[in-house]
Design a protein around this ligand. Structure first.
Ligand SMILES: [Zn+2]
Ligand SMILES: [Zn+2]
Length: 370
């Protein structure tokens, strides 16, 4: 009885038939709905977020559950080239890695315990919009090779749901340090036999100390195996107030990545992000024109976490044997990427500049400017 109920539940998730024609529904960013590709029927997404609650970090180990990707209509692949683990639809014929563009991917026999996502931001940026952004971005700038535009293939553009951790913590910090204040003294000096006055900058140091209480809300750490924190940071922020309850149906028709960074390792990343921000806040309290010997001591407590899924468009492309990557925030459309530089164009520019300077010098020498 129990099994049958579960099967029914999974059936509902994987196969979401169109109520009007029976075809499979897929999530579409345009209109933010579950849509029938066949007859055009659309069902809007449930925006409820009541299940997105903080979970105690010290009890994280108890939150892991059996996770079988097949149950949400996905298969897990492992990239031999970059090590990313990602999920695609069961019926996808050609699979390549969205993180590095490699087609050297293996189907994983998958049996692992995972912490389930609690919230998701569905894709807001559709494939059409992402393609437009990419073409615009790749044509921008003068220093890039002409052949780049032709080379960047749009089939390398993947819409992938990326796993994240967010952490909260209460922090109490003591700080001490020295604030330096600039002042100027007038000095009279003998320069080449003549007396001259000069302003000399000096620093007056003042010892100060203080304390800071700060609550960190939703420090976002990417749990991806294929992307680094500093890369994803460039397309942040995500608007986390638009998180909705995790619903596997929102992933229908999209790829998704399985988290690789465990919740405790992710916390170490969040911990150093918090330490950096605390140090900046303490530094602001210390004040002065310059500072030295700032020492901060912090205690963190009440750490909580959430496992959430956020949308990202990724395009990996190769140019002259080097791999480059382009990202679009799937919620806000913010763009960031790496582009190869055309050294020939730069050489032409430098040469033109040298010619220009030589020309100016020649005109001066020949008396035209006199
Ligand atoms: Zn239909
Ligand atoms: Zn890869």
């Amino acid at each position: 009885m129990e099994i049958q109920k579960e099967e029914q539940f999974l059936e509902d998730i994987v196969r979401v038939p169109c109520p009007s024609c029976g075809s499979q529904l897929l999530y579409t960013a345009k209109g933010r709905s579950l849509k029938c590709q066949h007859c055009g029927y659309a069902e809007s997404v449930n925006n409820a977020n009541d299940k997105i609650v903080e979970q105690n970090l010290s009890e994280a180990a108890n939150k892991v559950v059996d996770f079988v990707p097949e149950e949400i209509g996905k298969k897990v692949f492992d990239c031999n080239n970059c090590g990313a683990k990602f999920m695609v639809e069961h019926d996808k014929v050609k699979v390549n890695c969205g993180f590095c563009g490699s087609s050297n991917v293996n189907l994983e026999a998958y049996q692992h315990n995972y912490i389930q996502p609690i919230g998701i931001v569905p894709f807001y940026i559709s494939r059409d919009e992402a393609e437009k952004q990419f073409v615009e971005w790749i044509s921008r700038g003068w220093f890039h090779p002409n052949s780049l535009k032709k080379l960047a293939k749009l089939d390398g553009l993947h819409g992938i749901y990326i796993p994240f951790w967010t952490y909260d913590a209460q922090t109490v910090s003591d700080w001490q340090g020295e604030a330096g204040f600039y002042y100027y003294e007038t000095k009279t000096l003998r320069v080449n036999g003549k007396m001259q006055t000069q302003q000399v900058r000096k620093t007056r140091w003042v010892y100060r100390s203080g304390n800071l209480n700060h609550f960190f809300d939703d420090v976002l750490v990417v749990a991806s195996g294929g992307l680094e924190q500093r890369e994803v940071q460039k397309v942040m922020p995500y608007k986390l107030d638009e998180l909705v309850n995790f619903d596997a149906r929102l992933m229908l028709g999209w790829e998704s990545e399985v988290y690789k960074l465990e919740v405790d390792k992710g916390y170490q990343v969040a911990d150093s992000i918090m330490d950096d921000r605390i140090r900046n806040m303490c530094s602001a309290q210390l004040g002065g024109d310059t500072q030295r010997n700032l020492k901060v001591h912090s205690n963190k407590s009440d750490q909580t976490f959430k496992h959430i899924i956020l949308p990202l468009w990724i395009c990996s492309y190769n140019y002259n044997g080097k791999s480059f990557r382009f990202l679009i925030n799937g919620q806000t459309g913010k763009v960031n990427g790496q582009k190869p530089i055309s050294w020939i164009k730069i050489a032409i520019l430098v040469f033109a500049f040298v010619l220009f300077i030589a020309g100016v010098v020649w005109l001066r020498e020949s008396g035209v400017f006199r």
